[in-house]
Design a binder for this molecule. Structure first.
Ligand code: SOE
Length: 368
């Protein structure tokens, strides 16, 4: 097993659709993976030129079609509002491009199924940034669970709490279902929480019951708001393990507080995204804090651990590792734990189950 993040073997030529916060994150990661940033397209040629200038993305294309027609671009990063993802991903795959598409991959499971099929048919790499998988201590937790250190899974509790929409004056394009899709908080961040739980546990949620709530019917730029600010879930795994999950974007003081805690017959294990260099391992007799130290980590965690213990790693490091692994997959490698379009489909299926359960106020099966 390599001890370094798998670096690409040839220069990638990357194009970007969208020029906002996530385009900045994606382009920093592409640059770190030694890609050539060829150009950007956006909603207008003016916005494309501004993004290319601000982010150093190379040329500005008049349209996404013009970007996809460039034969020199081999991978396209889609960083636009949610309801445009499926259309852009489909067009990029049909143009023969590898795709890194922001989550949610699609706002319906049906669209996601078609994208998975298309990527498989074309033999193209198609990835979705469930990026929290790439914190080294997440891989350490996953390795310990897989090795049986926690025993048979009994329960999970997790949360993803943010406060950037905590007041009626706070607003965003995600509030509008025409741009964000029918689910807001869950599709945006609940998808990360469920992906991380299932990734670390190595088990799938089989059924769930959900309640959603919208804190404010009116916001600065939107009225009659229907998309949810928060979701409370009870989940049952295929193994019979139970869990509770809370997702909120109206939790004052919580900035990006993603946390998961798994309890098994032998031990518990807890990861907190805002303190990504540590793990808590709980036992009846004594509990411990595991610090990230490459010399003492599972090989998969060590390969992502780019600096020594005591040098904090963070969100952009995780994103850089995700893009490096996606590019390595384009070179033919098979990096462990790369989130691909099938994972984007999973997220769409869970999101639809959450909305259906909240609507019916009953338990809902999640497709296996
Ligand atoms: C906003 O909720 C957001 O930027 C999400 O869209 C990202 O997926 C998450 O990683 C951080 O918060």
């Amino acid at each position: 097993m390599t001890t370094d993040v798998i670096a690409p073997t040839r220069t990638r030529r990357a194009g970007f659709i969208g020029g906002g916060f996530m385009a900045a994150v994606h382009s920093r990661a592409a640059r770190a993976a030694r890609a050539e940033l060829v150009g950007a397209a956006s909603s207008t040629s003016g916005r494309a030129a501004a993004a290319a200038e601000r982010l150093g993305l190379g040329a500005a294309y008049d349209s996404f079609e013009a970007l996809l027609a460039d034969p020199d671009i081999d991978v396209v990063h889609i960083c636009t509002p949610n309801t445009t993802h499926a259309r852009f991903a489909r067009a990029a795959l049909e143009a023969g491009k590898h795709v890194v598409c922001e989550k949610p991959l699609a706002t319906t499971a049906a669209d996601a199924v078609e994208l998975v099929r298309l990527a498989d048919e074309r033999g193209l790499v198609a990835a979705v940034p469930f990026v929290y998988r790439f914190h080294p201590m997440v891989r350490e937790a996953r390795a310990r669970v897989a090795a049986g250190e926690t025993g048979r899974l009994l329960s999970v509790h997790g949360a993803y709490l943010q406060d950037w929409l905590s007041t009626p004056g706070d607003d965003d394009w995600r509030v509008d279902p025409a741009l964000g899709g029918p689910s807001r908080a869950f599709a945006d961040i609940g998808s990360h929480l469920v992906d991380l739980v299932e990734f670390v546990a190595g088990e799938r949620i089989a059924r769930l019951t959900a309640s959603t709530s919208t804190a404010y019917a009116e916001r600065a730029d939107h009225v009659a708001v229907e998309t949810e600010d928060l979701v409370a879930l009870v989940v049952e795994f295929a193994s019979g393990a139970l869990g509770t999950l809370l997702v909120s974007q109206v939790a004052p003081g919580r900035k990006n507080a993603l946390s998961i805690e798994l309890a098994g017959t032998e031990a518990s294990i807890r990861f907190e995204q805002e303190r990504p260099d540590t793990l808590w391992v709980g036992r009846t007799a004594a509990s411990s804090i595991i610090e990230r130290d490459p010399a003492r980590l599972d090989a998969d965690a060590a390969r992502l651990s780019l600096v020594p213990a005591g040098h904090p790693m963070g969100y952009q490091d995780a994103f850089n590792a995700f893009v490096a692994d996606a590019y390595a997959a384009i070179d033919g490698a098979r990096p462990d734990g790369l989130p691909v379009f099938a994972d984007g489909l999973r997220a769409a299926q869970v999101t639809e189950a959450v909305l259906a359960s909240a609507e019916r106020r009953d338990w809902t099966e999640v497709p296996a």
